[in-house]
Design a protein around this ligand. Structure first.
Ligand SMILES: Nc1ncnc2c1ncn2[C@@H]1O[C@H](COP(=O)(O)OP(=O)(O)OP(=O)(O)O)[C@@H](O)[C@H]1O
Length: 319
């Protein structure tokens, strides 16, 4: 769906993006991760031609994006800007409806779609006549997302979309974002410098440094098969927390002891080890019961989880 083939961008003598290759499959969420200045935003903006490439080419839906009219190209690509970027003197309704105006939608179609998005993104209906400054940061972020989604583009580009938010709001919006049905079928490229966010939301991560791609892989691949010293060191500070997040109960299922057959509330082993531990803590319970959908039930304590988690980790082949 999106492919970057040897893409580079220079500013004067400095090279901001250097020979970047990656592919984003249809319906996939690829996160560009790296420290400030490594070329993430420049890479993202070359996809919708807000910045033009110097070298290489970018295919969007099988077509070189330079062979498409820039306006036409952007109609199929929603864009959530860094720092939200709402128009301060437009009402919320006018901010969300920028694209429908360009597309000459009739009033009813626009109003219906705006209301549908308000509901999906948990925005109060009375906010439509407000101006951006009258909303909280989290609400403004939702408006930015509604604006990008209104014409239902198949591709969504997001630049530090949750960056301006406090930690609690950020975690809540990330969770909602993950569960939003409308986003599940979209091809998404997201920029972030936040490792936890990348691991929470990505199908695959493209780790960048100094304009170059250091590794492209699933969160698990980055953690357990780092391609080089940079990838290894980049995650080192947060390794354990990330491992708890990427390993699911189903991954360690065969390392877990068989349980007593309990009939009360059972959980799905799709839960990450992190989520399972959080449940034990927040619900102050000694055990959780999981059912694998094939008739096997396991009742697990914190110790069972950590033991199986360690066995699983040790079975990975570090390169
Ligand atoms: N318009 C510009 N003119 C000159 N240099 C630029 C321009 N835009 C970006 N750069 C430089 O290109 C490099 C990559 O910038 P870019 O914004 O893509 O990085 P980033 O990883 O997105 O950083 P951040 O997370 O801080 O936004 C940086 O060194 C930056 O200073």
């Amino acid at each position: 769906m999106i492919e970057l083939i040897g893409v580079s961008k220079r500013y004067g003598s400095a090279i901001a993006v250097n020979q970047v290759f990656f592919k984003v499959n249809e319906g996939e969420n690829l996160v560009l991760l790296g420290t400030s200045g490594c070329g993430k935003t420049t890479t993202l903006k070359m996809i919708n031609r807000l910045i033009e490439t110097d070298e290489g080419k970018i295919m969007v839906n099988g077509k070189d994006n330079r062979n498409q009219n820039a306006e036409q190209l952007r109609r199929g690509i929603g864009y959530v800007m860094q720092n939200i970027g709402l128009f301060p003197h437009y009402t919320i309704e006018d901010n969300i409806a920028v694209v429908p105006k360009l597309l000459n939608w009739d009033k009813k179609k626009t109003a219906d779609r705006v209301r549908e998005l308000l509901l999906k993104l948990h925005l109060p209906e009375n906010c439509l006549k407000f101006f951006p400054a009258e909303l909280s940061g989290g609400q403004q972020q939702r408006v930015g997302l509604a604006r990008a989604l209104i014409a239902d583009p198949p591709v969504l580009l997001m630049d530090e979309a949750f960056g301006a938010l406090d930690n609690v709001t950020r975690t809540n919006i990330q969770q909602e974002f993950k569960n939003l049905e409308e986003l599940k079928r979209k091809t998404i490229v997201m920029v972030t410098h936040d490792v936890q966010e990348a691991f929470e939301l990505a199908d695959r991560i493209c780790l960048m440094d100094k304009g170059q791609v250091m590794q492209v892989g699933t969160p698990k691949e980055l953690l357990f098969n780092p391609a080089n010293e940079f990838s290894r060191q980049f995650l080192d500070g947060q390794r354990l927390a990330l491992e708890f997040k990427v390993i699911r109960v189903k991954d360690i299922w065969s390392n877990l002891p068989d349980g007593k057959n309990k009939t009360e509330k059972v959980l799905n082993p799709e839960l990450s080890v992190w989520e399972a531990m959080e449940k034990l803590r927040s619900e102050t319970v000694e055990e959780l019961t999981f059912h694998d959908g094939k008739g096997i039930v396991k009742t697990l304590t914190f110790d069972d989880l950590t033991k199986a988690f360690n066995q699983y980790k040790n079975s990975w082949h570090y390169e």
